[in-house]
Design a protein around this ligand. Structure first.
Ligand SMILES: [Zn+2]
Length: 460
């Protein structure tokens, strides 16, 4: 009598398959964990990173990240102050919509943020911040984060301390976790005081003398051995560059620990005026390009998007819809920004958009007029491809200053007056923003761009 296995052995393979019934579908592997690291480097103007054209090598780790990812060549912030800018980054909303428009005014809990959305989808979440203006008590940004690490003595902490703690957290995660890690580094913010050896490499270049050294803010002044403070621009700029290079060395450590799997976003909350105008080594109350223009680098696992450089205007409110799309998450309604991935594939964001930004008003002289603002007043800018309009709501009425960035990229010869402002193509955007709290819709795409997007698989 044949035993059962012998019966089986005597059957042909097709018969065996019939016996077993239809083959089960191959087991699909569990979805790969999708993770996100968002790094913001405070006070970092785009044009002082080597990958954004700065001749000095301030940013080797970020240059590498740029070569592995997508560089948005012209990215702008929604606010030139730390709290409001990060609120826009984390909500995808304009400051006028989320209401956190002054440092120290926490985000209203009714607003949903990136960590809240990702935590709901099962992500592990942690934030490690480095400056007083991002304390949970100042911002309310801790909602949605399992850990919001903001415990440091004094006003800020160095990147090495913050990165040590972020790396330690990464090491605690099980291998198959999806996570969102937010790291904020503060070093390029004044006072410029990099660790030894970092400023010396950047004592290169010639600058116009500082016209009135008394305009250097007290907290930025570099004491000189004989008493008094330095009036040499190179002392300040080389230290600023040294701070960027030092932070870059710490970002290198963080990225080495994280490996190449997570999506990485690198940006800054705002830039800094150095010796560009008589608002030395400052930010917060001017809407010029060096303050508004920030780096924005996105590294995604898609190898087809390595080494891409994207022209046209991007903005911080675009980060949230872009990364949520990448992670396969639904988008919340009424976002001010848009998913940049289709444009990354095209290599260009089409012209016609307007970036709206805000700053804190402070007494200033514009075109020979001394401007005085109401308490906690704000200033505004609407930047188009060519024209930038700055609105100053003073105690004696609105004043506008218009720049033609094509003819006057350094913003030296602004035209004052409502008539010129009204005639500019960006006036209606600023007017709409101030009247309704909405940024204008991105412009309709032209037929050629639509066709290109369709050919890349983006049909809408
Ligand atoms: Zn800041």
């Amino acid at each position: 009598m044949l035993t059962r296995p012998a019966v089986l052995l005597s059957m042909t393979l097709p018969a065996l398959l019939l016996l077993a019934g239809p083959a089960p579908p191959p087991a699909s592997p569990p979805p790969a964990p999708k993770s996100l690291i968002l790094i913001s480097l405070d006070t970092t103007r785009a044009d002082h990173l080597h990958c954004y054209g700065y001749p000095l090598r301030t940013s080797p780790a970020l240059d590498r990240l740029a070569s592995e990812g997508i560089v948005f060549e012209k990215a702008f912030t929604q606010a030139v102050n730390t709290g409001p800018s990060h609120a826009s980054l984390l909500t995808g909303l304009a400051p006028i919509a989320h209401g956190s428009r002054i440092n120290g005014v926490p985000l209203n809990p009714e607003f949903v943020t990136l960590p809240i959305l990702l935590a709901k989808s099962g992500y592990r979440t942690a934030a490690f911040v480095s400056g007083y203006t991002l304390l949970a008590s100042q911002t309310g940004f801790n909602r949605g984060f399992e850990i919001y690490d903001d415990k440091f003595a004094g006003q800020d902490r160095r990147a090495s301390e913050t990165v040590d703690r972020a790396v330690a957290w990464l090491k605690t995660l099980p291998k198959d976790s999806s996570y969102f890690l937010f790291v904020h580094l503060f070093d390029p913010h004044g006072k410029y005081d990099p660790p030894e050896g970092f400023a010396e490499k950047f004592r290169v270049g010639k600058y116009e003398p500082i016209s009135d050294p008394e305009l250097i803010p007290d907290y930025q002044r570099l004491e000189t051995p004989g008493g008094g403070f330095s009036k040499d621009p190179l002392d300040y700029v080389s230290r600023y560059d040294g701070e960027i290079a030092y932070a870059d060395s710490q970002i290198a450590r963080l990225l080495a620990e994280a490996g190449d799997k997570p999506t990485v976003v690198f940006t800054a909350d705002h830039g800094e005026t150095l010796v560009d105008r008589d608002y030395y080594f400052s930010h917060g109350s001017r809407m010029n390009e060096e303050a508004l223009r920030v780096p924005l680098i996105l590294r995604v696992p898609d190898r087809g998007l390595r080494g891409k450089r994207v022209t046209g205007m991007a903005q911080l409110v675009d980060v949230l819809p872009t990364v949520l799309t990448l992670l396969g998450q639904p988008l919340p309604p009424r976002l001010a920004g848009r998913n940049l991935l289709p444009y990354a594939r095209l290599g260009a964001i089409p012209p016609g958009g307007v970036v709206l930004s805000e700053g804190h008003a402070a007494p200033m002289t514009v075109g020979g007029h001394h401007l005085v603002f109401p308490p906690r007043g704000l200033i505004f800018s609407a930047r188009g491809d060519r024209f930038k309009l700055i609105g100053y709501p003073t105690t004696s009425g609105r004043i506008f200053e218009l720049f033609d960035l094509e003819k006057d990229p350094g913003e030296r010869t602004g035209v004052l007056g409502e008539e010129a402002a009204r005639a500019s193509p960006v006036y209606s955007a600023l007017d709409l923003y101030l009247a309704t709290g909405r940024a204008p819709e991105p412009p309709e795409l032209d037929d050629e761009t639509k066709k290109k997007l369709r050919s890349l698989g983006y049909v809408n």
